[in-house]
Design a protein around this ligand. Structure first.
Ligand code: FAD
Ligand code: NAD
Length: 466
């Protein structure tokens, strides 16, 4: 039987990063993955393929709607080749997952393909084409998550689908009904909206992306409505039925009236849940919470002291970069180091266009905590860079402590917000004040000037360009 210092179960961004860091720290490491490709949800059916389709559909929309105003005439009709678009996406996925194979070899990590199942706290059986058993001093559970649904919905995976199927449709829906106005619903909704589908979002709460800052939800809602998304907020879905090629969704609106949506596809995007099927956690003494998450302490250690858990399978935001930070954290903890994660500084991004990005506290959270704060907000349309590229929607909002001027949260909607948010993370990591950021030179013309201007506004109504 092969013996390891560390076995990692699951090869998503949490698992593979944990394995690499363990190997870097000199530990003999194995990784176990039940699918034949490494990379987990993120690389196979999550972050990477969704961004590949967002990029392709963005190019298409630009060609159809915006090239002309830039003085670019394309003779003849511009058409979508969906099959090619999907196969390009798959090529990107294949290349990226292949990169993880390379990294495992480079770091001398043994890869086992099969479902990992605890026999006890130090032995794992791996059931794949063959059954193997390994011994591990420490194990890191990184088994991720799966799409959630509603109890009355029967996902047929043809027309009533999750994100996984939405990444490989064979036709552009005529009318896509999206249940859930969260990250997945809006990102994948926008892909098919750009490709010509009518898109109706049916959201239970009174705003889209309800966990983000309210101002951000409002601005994104406004922009998406301008892009002809049909937004149905405060709607409680009560049935989803398939009738041939049709899907019929019934919901109660705010007034309690029944509203019926008829489309040809329905994307169910109401969140994801931790995945521990087949893991046999109890055999190792690993306890789950009432919600099915692996229960961990502040060291991400489970109720079995030699077993840790990271990523989507534990509490917290279900984000690839959060899982990665936890992978490194646990590897270093096992190696006897004292790592640290500031969960307040894990940024959140929605890759619609305009993009949405945020870090730190929202206004609602600051109000609830009774913090005395001030707001500096700057609209993207006042930037020369935005006018040059005609990306006029959105704003940057800086929230700072009223007494100390320390930045407490940064929220933005706008072109390239996903990349810009890194500046706010760095500033907040070093506990910068709004004045610190406002006094740093930002290259002109760039979208980042909106951060400087919002910081100036927060320091005392000192924005220069509005
Ligand atoms: P996962 O990536 O889910 O990996 C877990 C792995 O464990 C899987 O490969 C699974 O097969 C394997 N496994 C499970 N049980 C066993 C077992 N018993 N034995 C062996 N293997 C097992 N996050 C972002 O930060 N940015 C984004 O842009 C983004 N886009 C997304 C788009 C979509 C459509 C979706 C669905 C998700 C997206 N996410 C994004 C979320 C991101 O994918 C997850 O947060 C991330 O993948 C979690 O990583 P993980 O390592 O915890 O688990
Ligand atoms: P989500 O939590 O972002 O959104 C789910 C939405 O569905 C919420 O707005 C919620 O109010 C709504 N909802 C819940 N029950 C409902 C009901 N009965 N009827 C109508 N609406 C209902 O979840 P998601 O979009 O499914 O994404 C799952 C996870 O994947 C998220 O945690 C997210 O962090 C991650 N993800 C991240 C990215 C990114 O970082 N860009 C992209 C995709 C997914």
């Amino acid at each position: 039987m092969n013996s390891y210092d560390v076995a990692v179960i699951g090869s998503g961004p949490g698992g593979y990063v944990a394995a690499i860091r363990c190997a870097q720290l000199g530990m003999k490491t194995a990784i176990i993955e039940k699918y034949s490709t490494l990379g987990g949800t993120c690389l196979n059916v999550g972050c990477i393929p969704s961004k590949a389709l967002l990029d392709s559909s963005h190019h298409y929309e630009d060609a159809v709607k915006h090239f002309e105003e830039h003085g670019i005439d394309i003779p003849g009709e511009i058409k979508i080749n969906l099959e090619k678009m999907i196969s390009r996406k798959q090529a990107v996925v294949d290349q990226t997952t292949g990169g993880i194979d390379f990294l495992m070899k480079k770091n001398k990590i043994d890869v086992y393909v099969g479902t990992g199942s605890f026999k006890d706290a130090t032995h794992i059986s791996i059931v794949g084409e063959e059954t193997t058993e390994i011994e591990a001093k420490h194990t890191i559970i990184a088994t991720g998550s799966k799409p959630s649904t509603l109890p009355f919905i029967k996902l047929d995976k043809e027309r009533i689908i999750t994100s996984t199927e939405a990444l490989k449709l064979k036709e552009v829906p005529k009318h896509l009904i999206v249940i859930g106005g969260g990250v997945i619903g809006l990102e994948l909704g926008q892909v098919y909206k750009r490709l010509g589908a009518e898109v109706s979002v049916v959201e239970y709460m009174d705003r889209i992306v309800p966990t983000m800052d309210k101002g951000v939800s409002k601005e994104l809602n406004k922009v998406l409505k301008k892009q002809k998304f049909k937004m149905n907020l405060s709607h409680k879905v009560k049935s989803v039925e398939r009738n041939g090629d049709e899907v019929i969704v019934k919901a109660d609106n705010k007034k309690g009236e029944e509203v019926t949506f008829t489309g040809d596809y329905c994307l169910v995007a109401v969140g994801r849940h931790a995945y521990t099927d087949g893991l046999n956690a109890e055999a190792a003494g690993v306890k789950l919470t009432d919600r099915g998450l692996v229960d961990v302490n502040e060291h991400l250690q489970t109720s079995a002291s030699n077993i840790y858990a990271i990523g989507d399978v534990i509490k917290g935001a279900m984000l690839a970069h959060k899982a990665e930070e936890e992978g490194t954290f646990v590897a270093e903890t096992i190696a006897g180091q004292k790592p640290h994660i500031d969960y307040n500084l894990i940024p959140g991004v929605v890759y619609t266009w305009p993009e949405v990005a945020a870090v730190g506290k929202t206004e609602e959270q600051l109000k609830e905590a009774g913090v005395d704060y001030k707001v500096g907000q700057f609209p993207m349309r006042a930037l020369g860079r935005s006018r040059a590229s005609m990306d006029l929607d959105g704003f940057v909002k800086v929230l700072a402590d009223k007494n100390t001027d320390e930045i407490l949260g940064v929220h933005m909607v706008g072109a390239r917000a996903a990349d810009m948010i890194a500046e706010a993370v760095v500033a907040m990591e070093y506990r910068a004040s709004a004045e610190d950021v406002s006094r740093m030179s930002h290259a002109h013309p760039t979208f980042t000037e909106a951060i400087k201007e919002a910081a100036l506004a927060a320091t005392g109504d000192r924005a220069l360009h509005i």
